[in-house]
Design a protein around this ligand. Sequence first.
Ligand SMILES: [Zn+2]
Length: 139
Amino acid sequence: MSETQERPATLSRPLPSPAVSIETKPFWDAAADGRFLIKRCKSCGQAHWYPRTYCPFCASGDTVWEESPGEGVVYTYSVMHRSPTGPYAIGYVTLNEGPAVLTNFVDVTADELKIGMKVKVKFQPTEGGGPPAPVFAPA
Ligand SMILES: [Zn+2]
């Protein structure tokens, strides 16, 4: 792809290595393989984010991991223009399965990012050699 002269920088920022716990290790192991997992409750049927052992809706411990395509829409976002590593944006994505995910947006400029935009998960390497972290880019 050839760069045009005045195209603004796409949003991005370095991400710290995630804190991996026993509860979230399956998620990070899958992330290292490029797979996005969410949790679903077998008692009430609802999917939730972030992954927890106990369902946040009905407190059941009968929750299972489920692979998600990681597709959804931008619910809201905020662009940070003043950053030593360049502009970046964080916000919420509403997954097609229902849960809202707090995330960073990438591969998009501040002007292009819009509420309601269809986005898809991808994994960004993190600092310190930890597993990659989920971020969202235009679908
Ligand atoms: Zn439940």
